[in-house]
Design a protein around this ligand. Sequence first.
Ligand code: UDP
Ligand code: MG
Length: 337
Amino acid sequence: MPTVSIVIPVFNEQDGISPFLDAARPAVDRALALIGPDARAEYLFVDDGSTDRTGDILAIIARMNDDVRALSLSRNFGKEAALAAGIDQAAGDCVIPIDVDLQDPPEIIIEMVRHWLGGAQVVNARRIDRSSDSWFKRASARGFYALLNRLSDYPIPENVGDFRLLDRQAVDVIKQLGEQARFNKGLFSWIGFRVATVDYVRAARGTGSTKWRLGKLWSLAVDGITASTTMPLRIWSYIGGSIALLAFAYAAFLIVHTLTTGIDTPGYASIMVAVLMLGGLNLMSLGIIGEYLGRVAREVRQRPLYIIAAEYGPGAAAPSIPLSQDESPWTDQPMRA
Ligand code: UDP
Ligand code: MG
């Protein structure tokens, strides 16, 4: 039984896997030494439908190292789902999700384990300096967390990513949350438990390039808000109420005005403004209801969050080496998220 599970979602990271293991091993070994002589680690990679040689490399590495396991998802399900797959399959007494690109420094794991041994059940890693991220990413992240924490019923700490330590008890709770619109950072905060925090400086990406595009980040942000709070739905009751009050006041004014000074015909501008404003507000509120309704529809279908196509390493059903991309007859379909 492993003590510490390191869960690493990977998507087209063929050049990042070996450097990651080389960098993570010394740190994880030092963390294991803190726990005791019998402590073991497992490195659980989740191949999120990579189209390069990531899957082949993982299968080989999992064969050669008895502390490495790999899951291969049937297509690209996105980082949130890949991470959920890893957390579901991790066997350790504590689970640490980490990015393969070494932007989450493995040395922090030692600090995390120290807090865990001290009784913390969730250890957050907080980025105190994000100057390696682009200006836009930092600004949009700051805006997003400010908005989310205003709306949300429970705070989601700013500058804390998926990199953190989760105790077995916390992991078992997370495994029961079968949400489709996955926003792991929100779930990790929502569960509560005894939380400790470690600070670190975010490094630049080691190899490869970022897998987030603006559209994906936007979806994650909307998922984050709709998964954390229903406040945006309620806001429309307040806006509607205020506009109705204004309308009543204006109607009263019009009645008095017409009775005292007679009818005045010009009114094109005020009618246009009222029609356009109310039409716009209606469409916007419909859109927000639609965002929630779409997610309800997704939950109702109850499809699995991810599909595991193959497993490599200790405990895997059949140890096998996948066909490489060039030989495989199944990869002529382009993979899409
Ligand atoms: N990732 C994944 N599936 C995806 C996109 C990303 O499993 O669809 C993995 C990726 O391989 C990496 C981690 O998620 O290990 C973080 O991705 P990335 O470094 O691109 O994100 P960033 O650091 O720019 O936020
Ligand atoms: Mg990264």
